[in-house]
Design a binder for this molecule. Structure first.
Ligand SMILES: [Zn+2]
Length: 475
């Protein structure tokens, strides 16, 4: 079936600038875009499904390049706490009551939220990711770059101080590496699923395993997606493991891992010189501004990598902490935090933020041959945004298109009303076609009620700052 979205404002990301077409049409058939241009030039042969795009902007689906959707069931579970308490005292005591099925339910919740706000591609990062592909991404027909966590840290770290090096278990790594190999073979050539390798972080795997991961990824011409230079804990571990004067970036360079096959997440523990080395070596970067600001009180170096000429994407990380899987909010947060950090309102402008959310994310996840812009031959991963909503009004085209800043600074994300992935209609006029959103929301609510109750004693005993605030009637 050939579908056309007509009389719409197009944001194509083609050519110079953003590729804006005021009265445009995009059409697609067999999952692929077959026309993008001015409505006047559109012939319309064989179109069976027409969507009137009046008062809408039609653009590529957004790319959430780094996320752990399975923890969405813990949304609101840990924020406004000191960084040192976030994992062990705030979210950990609740997370330890999670069952496997909770991860699936959490992921459904997160992916539905993302779809509703225009995300069509996810960079999913978790253990047992094969189940998420089978039970969430595949049945929902959503595009995903999936990575299976490879983490060799043993559970014997209770009595370790921050400078004590953790014990690592090679067998754990070997198993996860095998899982990744199998997933790669299973989804090789799949239209919607791509597999990358995922050592969780340099301090969490042995040198040996890391070298194997590199070999396996190279053999399959796929990338390594890794948390890099995540701050103090990692810094101390790397010094303890590899020597006083070294850093994550220096070790990665020594292991020949700084190249176009590395997608580095976060990177807030890197120096300016290290950022330059990374970009010179074509390392891609993904930043999660809401998450890193909420958990660490730090602005991740998204604009720094961008200004150096690197490929950069944005991600929502996990819901507890940052709060949402909503890329419109992520683009806004990235921009506002960067302006504030540099006391400069020209930093990370709307046009750059939009590129990060679409074509930037597509590049870092290696999908840019297929998605990230509206171009003939590319996959029809397309969303429409209703510009007649009160918070996006007025929308003018002369003397400039104010929907560009409005998309980044004024939208909530929920003005998205149509979502297509590989030409398949996922959401029509704000309603899901094959996804039972209500059912997932109800199940998640019921399960979270039980889960948080179950964890209540452990949570209180852990005694985070939030326990005190709750006693004061603030939570
Ligand atoms: Zn992460």
């Amino acid at each position: 079936m050939r579908t056309a979205i007509i009389n719409t404002k197009l944001l194509t990301f083609q050519g110079n600038g953003l590729g804006i077409i005021e009265d445009g049409t995009v059409s697609f058939s067999h999952g692929k875009i077959d026309f993008v241009g001015k409505s006047n030039d559109f012939k319309g042969e064989g179109v069976e499904h027409i969507i009137d795009g009046k008062n809408h902007v039609t653009m590529p689906g957004l790319v959430n390049a780094h996320t752990h959707t399975s923890s969405t069931i813990l949304r609101g579970g840990a924020q406004d706490v000191p960084e040192i308490e976030w994992m062990n005292k705030a979210i950990g005591p609740i997370a330890k009551h999670l069952k496997k099925e909770d991860g699936i339910l959490g992921s459904k919740l997160g992916v539905i939220e993302g779809l509703r706000s225009g995300i069509t591609t996810f960079g999913e990062y978790t253990s047992d990711v094969g189940r998420l592909i089978e039970e969430v991404y595949a049945p929902f027909d959503v595009r995903v770059t999936a990575t299976e966590t490879i983490n060799e840290v043993t559970s014997n770290k209770e009595n370790l101080g921050p400078k004590d090096v953790y014990e690592l278990d090679r067998d754990k790594g070997r198993k996860s590496l095998k899982v990744t190999d199998r997933l790669y073979d299973k989804y090789d050539g799949n239209d919607l699923v791509k597999i990358m390798y995922e050592p969780q972080a340099l301090d969490m795997v042995t040198e040996d395993t890391l070298k194997q991961i590199k070999e396996h990824a190279e053999k399959r011409s796929t990338k390594i997606h890794m948390h890099v230079a995540q701050g103090e804990r990692e810094r101390l571990q790397i010094k303890g493991r590899y020597g006083r004067d070294t850093t994550t970036i220096k070790v990665l360079k020594e292991f020949n891992l700084l190249n176009e096959k590395l997608l580095a997440a976060h990177c807030h523990g890197t120096t300016q010189e290290e950022k330059e080395i990374m970009v010179e070596n074509n390392v891609d970067m993904v930043g999660c501004p809401s998450s890193i600001a909420m958990i660490d009180g730090i602005v991740p170096p998204v604009s720094e990598f961008l200004e150096l000429g690197g490929n950069v994407g944005l991600g929502t990380d996990q819901a507890p902490g940052p709060g949402t899987h909503n890329m419109f909010r992520e683009m806004r947060t990235a921009s506002i935090l960067t302006k504030t950090k540099y006391k400069d309102p020209t930093k990370l402008p709307a046009w750059d933020a939009l590129k990060l959310g679409c074509i930037g994310g597509a590049k870092v996840l290696d999908w840019d041959g297929k998605i990230g812009s509206l171009e003939k031959g590319k996959s029809a991963d397309i969303i429409t945004v209703d510009l007649s909503k009160v918070n996006l009004t007025p929308s003018v085209d002369v003397p400039f298109h104010n929907f560009i800043p409005n998309l980044v600074y004024s939208s909530s994300g929920f003005e998205v009303d149509n979502v297509f992935i590989a030409g398949k209609h996922i959401m029509r006029d704000g309603k899901f076609i094959n996804i039972n959103e209500r059912k997932v929301v109800e199940e998640a609510q019921n399960r979270a009620d039980a889960l948080f109750k179950e964890a209540a004693d452990d949570w209180e005993e852990a005694g985070s700052y939030l326990v005190n605030m709750t006693r004061k009637g603030l939570l």
